[in-house]
Design a protein around this ligand. Structure first.
Ligand code: NAI
Length: 339
């Protein structure tokens, strides 16, 4: 039988944490034959709630769950972990300036970077979920120089899955038949959800989403995809719509997408399918190097590769640049918090 994999979830007493840890313990993230040991980290005010989550994990008697470490000690939380899912962070509260939130998160991610660097297993894969996700991941990368940059990523898979979901709803096709949407850039409202390369499996074979839309008489859909209007804003604003409806932010979809992100990274993407991941830019598609930017990637043998050679039209180019500009500004703001 396989050796257990140690998975760290920070912010484990929070809402995403509560949805995520049972998914991991059920094998949703790493496979139904992969034992896991869960490391759950939170801060002292949440210690009691964290212990409650631990009690529930015991009560659920998950066969794959070989151990639980629930702690408020960063070093204990990070020790020996193979996968780290960073959900903990400082939320933006009413009346707070962007800079104040950034400053809090910069210091959290700086400290957690050092702990991971010193105590995590070699080759630990890191996924940052907490906002501002791209910039938190960048800070983590900068302050954990011995962790290969290829091992540090942020979550845009939720936006990617939202785009798949919207296409499925609007074209009235199964979501499992839709693939190869792309989220470019920041996990924020400047992200660019791109359907130019997306396809749908139909009885007549795989068809580009754009072609199906052109075939469709429905005016609304033509409008959506030709003018790139409502589809994009629906995906960009989906988080806000969930908050309005639930009075709480996305949690089950965020947790499920985090599992998708790690599973595809570790176990590989299916042939002919790409997914979106926030990764350290190497300058592909003329995105400035040195930002954590969401790209289309394929994964194999535990490594992601940016999909190359996709045609970028003029409209898309502007969108790619706009979200890159925002990330450069966030980076500058983060650095100003450090000094
Ligand atoms: P939450 O407020 O319910 O939970 C956050 C948890 O983090 C709390 O238990 C808190 O005590 C803990 N925490 C705070 N500082 C910490 C630290 N230094 N170390 C460890 N734990 C710490 O928030 P929720 O809803 O679970 O969301 C978590 C984060 O994920 C937020 O930043 C949110 O904006 C972000 N998010 C990102 C998404 C994405 O697609 N990238 C989607 C949805 C949410």
């Amino acid at each position: 039988s396989k050796e257990p994999i140690r998975v760290l979830v920070t912010g484990a007493a929070g809402q995403i944490g509560y949805a995520l840890v049972p998914m991991i313990a059920r094998g949703v993230m790493l496979g139904a034959d992969q034992p896991v040991i869960l490391h759950m980290l939170d801060i002292p005010p949440a210690a009691e709630a964290l212990n409650g989550v631990k009690m529930e994990l015991v009560d659920a008697a998950f066969p794959l769950l070989k151990g639980v470490v629930a702690t408020t000690d960063v070093v204990e939380g990070c020790t020996g972990v193979n996968v780290a899912v960073m959900v903990g962070g400082f939320p933006r509260k009413e009346g707070m300036e962007r800079k104040d939130v950034m400053s809090k998160n910069v210091s959290i991610y700086k400290a957690q970077a050092s702990a991971l660097e010193k105590h995590a297993a070699a080759n630990c894969k890191v996924l940052v979920v907490a906002n501002p996700a791209n910039t938190n991941a960048l800070i983590l990368k900068e302050f954990a120089p011995s962790i290969p940059e290829k091992n540090i990523s942020c979550l845009t898979r939720l936006d990617h899955n939202r785009a798949l979901g919207q296409i499925s709803e609007r074209l009235n096709v199964q979501v499992s038949d839709v693939k190869n949407v792309i989220i470019w850039g920041n996990h924020s409202s400047t992200q660019y959800p791109d359907v130019n390369h997306a396809t749908v499996k139909t009885p007549a074979g795989e068809k580009p989403v754009r072609e199906l839309v052109a075939d469709d008489a429905c005016l609304m859909i033509v409008l959506l995809y030709r003018l790139n209007g409502e589809f994009i804003s629906t995906v960009q604003q989906r988080g806000a719509a969930i908050i309005k409806a639930r009075k709480l932010s996305s949690a089950l979809s965020a947790a499920s997408s985090a599992c998708d992100h790690i599973r595809d990274w570790v176990l590989g993407t299916p042939e002919g399918t790409f997914v979106s991941m926030g990764v350290y830019s190497d300058g592909s598609y003329n995105v400035p190097a040195g930002l954590i930017y969401s790209f289309p990637v394929t994964c194999k043998n535990g490594e992601w590769t940016i999909v190359q050679g996709l045609a970028i039209d003029e409209y898309s180019r502007k969108k790619l640049d706009l979200t890159a500009d925002e990330l450069s500004e966030e980076k500058a703001l983060a650095y100003s918090c450090l000094s």
